[in-house]
Design a protein around this ligand. Structure first.
Ligand SMILES: [Zn+2]
Ligand SMILES: [Zn+2]
Length: 140
């Protein structure tokens, strides 16, 4: 499979101000949009878009190291954000071998493998924005 990633599949990203930087590599798993209440509040917008990478591949490379973390479900799920500029960059379920990355936090999100294939919490979505098509379950 050839893509727009660099050799070794390394992908870089970070927050708006640049104090939080990271690299991830490996398979980009389940890119999707989410319109749950937590995503909307955290984003300040109608949805967030997520893709997972192996947690073991994640390296925090910016001057601030790891983002600040906020437990959206105590001891279950935490969200990482830059304490300076507020950008949401990551989400992690405690104990999970995968880390969720906000797709727009990646420097280059043009890879088709980063296109959301579904939308979680559709019932909570705003009525004024079209839903992300479910290509996850499309026959092909
Ligand atoms: Zn920042
Ligand atoms: Zn969500």
């Amino acid at each position: 499979m050839s893509g727009s990633t660099t050799t070794a599949g390394l992908r870089a990203g970070g927050c708006l101000c640049g104090r939080i930087r990271f690299t991830v590599s490996g398979e980009a798993d389940y890119p999707h949009a989410c319109s749950c209440g937590h995503c909307q509040r955290r984003a300040g917008g109608p949805l967030q878009t997520w893709v997972s990478f192996p947690l073991a591949s994640l390296v925090w490379t910016g001057e601030d190291g790891e983002p600040s973390w906020f437990d959206t479900f105590e001891a279950k799920t935490r969200r990482g954000f830059c304490r300076t500029c507020g950008s949401s960059v990551a989400a992690w379920d405690y104990g999970n071998a995968w880390i969720g990355i906000n797709i727009p936090a990646l420097d280059d999100a043009s890879d088709p493998r980063l296109t959301p294939v579904n939308q979680s919490f559709r019932s909570n979505a705003v009525p004024w924005l079209p839903a992300v098509p479910d290509s996850q379950h499309a026959d092909s």
